[in-house]
Design a protein around this ligand. Structure first.
Ligand code: FES
Length: 61
C-alpha cells in the first residue's frame, strides 16, 4: 500500500500508510496511529505531530 500525505484544510498533514518518523538526530519517534497528523502551522507543542494548536491560532492553509 502506498503512503499518502494529504493536507487537511486549515490543519495538519494527514499521513496514511506505513511511515517512519525520525527527529533531527535520526532517532525514531513513535508513530501515533494510522493515520498520523503532522503539524504544518508551526504552533504545535508536540512537533512534528499536530496537537490541535492550529485551531487556537486560527491557522489557514
Ligand atoms: S497543524 Fe495542528 S498544531 Fe499545527
Amino acid at each position: 500500500m502506498a503512503t499518502t500525505v494529504t493536507p487537511v484544510s486549515n490543519g495538519p498533514l494527514m499521513v496514511e500508510g506505513e511511515v517512519e518518523i525520525v527527529d533531527a538526530q535520526g532517532k525514531q519517534l513513535p508513530a501515533k496511529g494510522d493515520p498520523i497528523y503532522l503539524c504544518r502551522c508551526g504552533a504545535s507543542g508536540a512537533k512534528p505531530f499536530c496537537d490541535g494548536s492550529h485551531k487556537k491560532i486560527g491557522f489557514q492553509g
